[in-house]
Design a protein around this ligand. Structure first.
Ligand SMILES: [Zn+2]
Length: 80
């Protein structure tokens, strides 16, 4: 039975900020591990058009941690 809760793989080898390995709902009925990469614009207070700079997120389905190589699907079945 698959877990229906969000989980985060807290990876010691992931030294990047705004990058997370998460188990989450990817559509109305399916859950999977994803790599999330947030793009947050630099603050430029001298520019009046800064309000148009918005954050966005890239999400990629993964089965293995891209940092430590752990099989995330095995983590799921072993621990949850
Ligand atoms: Zn990892």
């Amino acid at each position: 039975m698959m877990s229906q809760d969000q989980h985060i793989h807290n990876c010691e080898q992931n030294t990047f900020k705004d990058v997370e390995v998460r188990y989450e709902k990817i559509n109305t009925e399916q859950w999977h591990w994803v790599l999330e990469l947030w793009h947050r614009p630099e603050r430029q207070s001298d520019k009046s058009d800064e309000i148009y700079a918005i954050s966005y997120c890239n999400t990629l389905l993964i089965s293995f941690c891209p940092f430590c190589g752990e099989n995330l699907n095995e983590i799921e079945s072993n621990i949850w």
